[in-house]
Design a binder for this molecule. Structure first.
Ligand SMILES: [Zn+2]
Ligand SMILES: [Zn+2]
Length: 173
């Protein structure tokens, strides 16, 4: 079952980074992903004192985009936060159609590692859109990450339990 996922480069993120992420989405979810036109997060989402964007507002901006796609995932070069949290790596509707990932804190001079981190966070937020919660298995992509070290500790795949839950959700898509 191939259902398209729109990957939207936001706020100056190099769209070329999203091609390997799209290939990863096809591999892990069995869903064809396409890289959409670059876009900008709404200025109203930006908090000038923090120098960060409100993740929920960026998510609200993404929701109506590409209505023909089953999922829309924005990947921003900007830093994201949620009230009460210093930053977030991403945010998603759970369950739902839209998700956003921030590349800001994932950046490293090691290009392959950067891509791997982007894939993990994209898979994590997409997992939330399929209704999955956080997983206690530190190697599962649905494990909650508070730091880049924790992102690096987990894989880009789902543990057996999360995989089974994801498969059930994919059947209903
Ligand atoms: Zn999460
Ligand atoms: Zn899991």
């Amino acid at each position: 079952m191939n259902v398209p996922v729109a990957l939207v480069p936001l706020d100056g993120l190099d769209p070329r980074l999203l091609h390997p992420v799209a290939a990863n989405v096809l591999e892990v979810f069995g869903l064809v992903a396409q890289v959409a036109e670059p876009a900008e997060s709404p200025a109203s989402a930006f908090d000038p004192l923090r120098g960060q964007y409100r993740a929920a507002e960026v998510l609200a901006f993404l929701k109506p985009l590409y209505p023909e796609a089953r999922r829309v995932v924005g990947v921003t070069a900007a830093d994201l936060f949620e009230p009460g949290l210093n930053f977030v790596f991403g945010l998603a509707e759970r369950p739902g159609r839209a998700a956003v990932v921030s590349a800001h804190r994932l950046v490293t001079p090691e290009g392959r590692l950067f891509l791997l981190r982007l894939m993990k966070e994209t898979n994590h937020e997409l997992g939330h859109t399929f209704g999955l919660g956080h997983c206690p298995d530190p190697t599962c992509v649905m494990h909650f990450s508070n730091s880049v070290a924790e992102v690096d500790e987990k894989g880009r795949f789902f543990c057996a339990r999360c995989r089974a839950e994801l498969e059930r959700a994919l059947e209903r898509l």
